[in-house]
Design a protein around this ligand. Structure first.
Ligand SMILES: [Zn+2]
Length: 426
């Protein structure tokens, strides 16, 4: 390792206390989403920090995106710093929102308590620790190599936990992730410091509705139950669809193992009389259900075409329409994302790989996430291919009680990020 790289790594070690302090301060701003609390506060805090490090900053509100209101405005922050020559632009993106705390915490989820090398709190690993590590990486790189070529950007964005529409999707629509201005994006989500996440599986959400005819419950033969029709749909799914999904396997390195097959969850089912408010003590009415709905969450693989994924479901329903009396249905698309996988041979992945080898002495694992994250908007709206998730933290701890981040893991991944910057911007 050359002397400059050694200086860079030493500089990161020296800022350990600053890294702990920064992570704690981020955790102490409770950016719960929903509803989307304190986005302006966290952006103002990060703005001050980055301006002190001589970055230009821009506060951007995602007006009129889902959830945006004067009470809960969707604020985002973008920070820039140019080197002395033209070159690559490397962009770090982190989401500032965290999910609800839930029960069973043994510490205050917003205190950011430091115990034996670990910092505890909601968002510690997902992903305020990752944000802090990327900031330290960038600041140390600029301090040690002020004469770099190219440009460094960081964005801190809202709403990842609820789809990213008031965050990365909004910025992508505004052109912030266009390939003509950005070379590569690193999202420091908690994927473990020795793993590079290249992408994610695809998603199709849809509502399926069956129809019937209302009648008195004592004479169901005068009506037609939409719930029984839905029962027939579910039976077909159990007997035909689920066994088939299990056999569709991917070559994508998806983790965990079970997600290497195609999957489908049924998120909800509603039929007949609406549920009454909690505390209502009356009886239900005897009515035949004239309507039943389910919402499906189908996760598919890069080897599958979305049209085929949709057709398989439609074929099952069409088949029922032919063989089952009075069966009729409707499918409504709710949301879809195509699977994505960044090229393992891209510059970004190979520089991260060699940095991981230098810092940790191991070859990284390349993984694919079972669910999607903000990379989907960078690829689909921004049309930018070179994007990975790489950051400190244990994925399984995300959204759990007593979520924590290890300070050593943050330091190691900050070193990997800084060394990769050195390789790409010098
Ligand atoms: Zn996250």
């Amino acid at each position: 390792m050359n002397i400059k790289s050694e200086n860079l790594l030493n500089e990161i070690e020296k800022r350990k206390d600053d890294l702990i302090d920064l992570t704690q301060k981020l955790i102490r701003i409770p950016t719960l989403n929903p509803p989307g609390n304190n986005y302006l506060e966290i952006c103002e805090f990060l703005k001050q920090r980055m301006e002190k490090s001589r970055f230009e900053t821009k506060l951007i509100r995602a007006y009129d995106t889902p959830g945006d209101s004067n009470k809960y405005p969707r604020w985002n922050l973008v920070c820039f710093k140019d080197g002395i020559n033209k070159g690559n632009t490397i962009h770090f993106n982190g989401h500032t929102d965290v999910v609800e705390t839930g029960n069973y915490w043994s510490v205050d989820p917003f205190e950011g308590k430091y115990i034996d090398g670990l910092i505890y709190g909601r968002g510690a690993c997902d992903m305020k620790g990752g944000i802090a590590a990327s900031i330290i990486a960038v600041e140390c790189f600029v301090a040690v190599s002020p004469n770099y070529s190219g440009r460094i950007e960081l964005s801190f964005t809202a709403d990842e936990e609820t789809g990213g529409y008031g965050g990365v999707a909004f910025l992508a629509n505004e052109g912030y992730f266009s390939p003509d201005r950005i070379s590569s994006v690193i999202i420091p989500e908690p994927l473990n410091k020795d793993r590079i996440c290249l992408g994610h599986r695809g998603v199709w959400w849809a509502e399926i509705e069956t129809f019937g005819k209302i009648a008195h419950g004592s004479m169901p033969f005068l009506g037609d139950s939409a719930i029984r029709h839905m029962g027939a749909v579910l039976k077909e799914f159990e007997e035909k669809l689920y066994p088939k999904l299990k056999t569709i396997k991917t070559n994508m390195p998806v983790v965990p193992e079970g997600a290497k097959s195609s999957t489908m969850n049924i998120n909800s089912i509603h039929g007949g009389e609406a549920e009454q408010e909690k505390g209502f003590s009356g009886y239900p009415a005897p009515v035949v259900a004239d309507n039943c709905k389910i919402v499906i969450d189908r996760r598919f693989l890069i080897e599958e075409e979305i049209q085929k994924v949709k057709k398989d479901i439609d074929d099952i329903l069409k088949n029922l329409e032919n063989k089952r009396e009075n069966f009729s249905y409707k499918i409504t698309d709710l949301h879809e994302v195509i699977p994505t996988m960044t090229d393992k041979n891209s510059r970004l992945v190979s520089e991260l790989t060699s940095s991981i080898k230098e810092i940790l002495g191991v070859n990284p694992d390349y993984v694919i996430s079972p669910g999607t994250y903000d990379q989907k908007h960078i690829e689909r709206i921004g049309k930018l291919k070179n994007c990975v998730a790489y950051g400190p933290g244990i994925l399984d701890l995300a959204h759990q009680p007593d979520e924590y981040i290890s300070v050593n893991d943050m330091l190691d991944s900050a070193k990997v990020m800084a060394l990769s910057l050195e390789k790409m911007l010098i």
